[in-house]
Design a protein around this ligand. Structure first.
Ligand SMILES: N[C@@H](CCC[C@H](N)C(=O)O)C(=O)O
Length: 273
């Protein structure tokens, strides 16, 4: 009979966007298939989280971070989790992700992260066909003329008068799964409050409405900067709290904000495999 395997986990969050972190840098964790990740992330029958994070050794960086959405899909980037794992690591770190190489420094109660350079080409988002990603001639009801940015993962951004008035629980899944986005998309609705502050809500691909999305904050700030609506350093106010984002044309994006550990526990691998 195969010995049962108990896996330790750390529950963390960045502004209420919550994670189960499995640290396989020193202790082995078996292969995380999509259905296993989905089972652990399930809020009724599993531990429950927006994203499951797997830390592994890396040959090119201090460690590798793999990211699984609530629906079990593996993705390239997660801003809030990057701050959380930087805090967990406890010192400056280079982090290999599927979306690119990142570097992060823990700060009091959080971290500051170099999120890499944004990409704007239509096939880098990716979109299904060529289009100007600064001003896209498409719309879904009151959401029109968005922009798209890839910050290690794909985002579409709509500026509206009042982002709280948008029925994102209904329009989010429709836009996420529109054939225009062959890899699906994270849907951001944002209101420019002044040149240094943006209010943002995000429907996350594979996770739904979350309290905060770090990459959404980066993509939205960069898109607002490209449209010259805000200055090069802004506060992005999400339902879960604020992030600071800085970017200039041709540079990488800097994201700074809080992260927290909630509790530690362990689970039986066979309960999900
Ligand atoms: N919560 C995240 C983004 C997680 C991945 C995203 N849902 C995707 O599918 O690309 C963040 O803080 O950036």
């Amino acid at each position: 009979m195969r010995a049962k395997m108990r896996i330790p986990f750390i529950k963390m969050h960045g502004l209420g966007n919550d994670f189960v972190v499995l640290d396989a840098r020193e202790n082995a964790v078996p292969d995380l298939e999509e259905n296993i990740a989905r089972g652990i992330a399930d809020r009724h029958t599993g531990i429950g989280c927006d994203q499951l994070i797997l830390l592994q050794p890396s040959e090119n960086a201090d460690f590798r971070m793999r990211i699984y959405n609530h629906d079990g899909s593996e993705v390239g980037a997660c801003g809030n989790a990057t701050r959380a794992v930087a805090m967990l690591h406890g010192s400056d770190a280079t982090i290999e992700t599927a979306g690119g190489m990142l570097s992060a420094s823990p700060r009091d109660g959080g971290a500051s992260v170099d999120m890499g350079a944004p990409r704007f080409d239509w096939d880098a988002i990716p979109l299904a066909y060529p289009m100007d990603t600064l001003s896209m001639p498409v719309g879904w009801e009151m959401l029109e003329n968005p922009g798209a940015v890839n910050v290690g993962n794909p985002h579409v951004i709509f500026f509206v008068d009042d982002c709280d008035a948008v029925p994102l629980d209904r329009l989010g899944p429709e836009i996420e799964n529109d054939p225009l986005f062959p890899e699906r998309v994270n849907v951001n609705v944002a209101t420019i409050e002044d040149r240094s502050r943006i209010r943002l809500r995000v429907w996350e691909r594979g996770a739904g409405l979350t309290k905060a999305c770090g990459t959404g904050a980066c993509a939205t700030a960069v898109h607002a900067m490209r449209r010259r609506l805000v200055d090069s350093e802004v506060t992005v106010a999400l339902p879960g709290g604020d992030l600071q984002i800085a970017w200039s044309e041709g540079e990488t994006i800097r994201m700074t904000g809080p992260a927290s550990e909630s509790f530690r526990g362990s689970f039986e691998w066979d309960d999900y495999a």
